[in-house]
Ligand binder design. Sequence first.
Ligand SMILES: [Zn+2]
Length: 500
Amino acid sequence: MLTLSVLLALWPNASYAATAVPVPVPKLFLDGKSLVSDVNPLLRNNYTLVPISTIAKGLGHQAQWFPQTRTVNVHNGTTTVVLKINDNKALINDAEVEMDAPAIIVSGRTMVPLRFVGEQMGLDLFWDNPSKSVHMYQKAPPKVEDDVSVDSGSGSSPGEGGDAGTVIPGDVPTVVDPILNVAARPVPTDAAGIVKDIVYDGTSKVTINYEGTITPKNAFTLKNTDRIVLDLPYSAFAPEFVKGFELDNNGVRKTEGRMLAANHPSLYNVRYSYFSDKPTTVRVVLDLSTASTFTVTQSEGQIQIDVAKPDPANIPLTDKNGNKIYKIVIDAGHGAKDPGAISVSKKTEKEFNLSIALKMKALLDKEPRIKPYLTRSDDTFLELKDRAKYANDLKADLFMSIHANSFTPQTTGTETYYSRSDSKAFADVIHKHLVKATGLPDRKVKQANFLVIRQTTMPAVLIEAGFLSNTRDEQVLFSEAAQNRIAAELVAGIKAYLKL
Ligand SMILES: [Zn+2]
């Protein structure tokens, strides 16, 4: 049985942050307790992979892997989630639901989308950007209230878990609020509008629900910190809402409420507090990791701030000294149903290609000025046009497709291909390093219209490291030492071309 893992939808994280290279491994917390796992969370394309075994264990859920159907079942007594490997459709109690990302297998582990599975299993998930942590909370069972609140059915207090993604649960008071409690403050008499609730929709919108009349001031941004600030003059918090604000270390209710906004590439935190009492003014602050455009709209009882998601491809990658970080796409040729060339001893080209790509990624991950992206990091199949599109959408700086060749048993040697003339210089540099690494006959740099190097829009090369139909070439290409040399020299070639 495979150990289950979870695929965590990408949180606003370091892959976009200017200075954070390499990407930190997110920390996991369940109901405030750190979850230690035997496998570190991984990033794959735009998702973080996290082992579910830890979480399933923590929650006491049943999880089963069925190798024949390549499905994973997770049950918690009321809900059954069935996920099929590489399939975006999940079954929730037999109803089909679309997911953002499919379950996949990486290095023998089944990875499923954490946000999706977690929410189906009744967890609230929050991303805390400053500490790069994922906080998961089991939704509290309905509490029997014994305090002054009679209006317990309103559900407007974010502490009651009515809306996923509102306020950090935890620290829910079990005693009567201290005197200093902002909740004990009477609603100011000059308030014409009462803020009942502030919610984040989990994608891009923060909604302020209110009663009465509120005329917001023009929202503004604080440039240095990339914050959006919206002031609501003549408005106050509903006492019920304030009860959801956290307590500080002394058990005193904080005067500022906040919620962590997961799943947005820029917005990571929403904070709200009284800003002034002449007139009484509520201030809502949206903390962003990257400057983002936004719109504020108002309708009856609702003010909405929609924060545009910056296109990841358009976020320039720079290190902390302002130097460019280059995006390099490494494309391991073939995969899954398409084995590529078959070697003399029946090994597959797709295996060789993936091995080189993974070795290159490991080396490139250590390069402060380079960020590698793999079109595939496991045995999956991709169409050629999707490989090119991936690099184009990413606005990658360089593209390299890894292959090995097959022809007659006598044919031997190393080739590097380019398609467009603007890729020739890159091909020349790469080829010099590749020939040195394989030690096989130099079959030169060649021009050919392979789709992946033709349809990509950046300098792009395709390497044919050797001929798997030749016994000696095969021996070289499947030797660990030669693979390490090839990966190292291809990386050296990339660095030489980029003058790093
Ligand atoms: Zn090939």
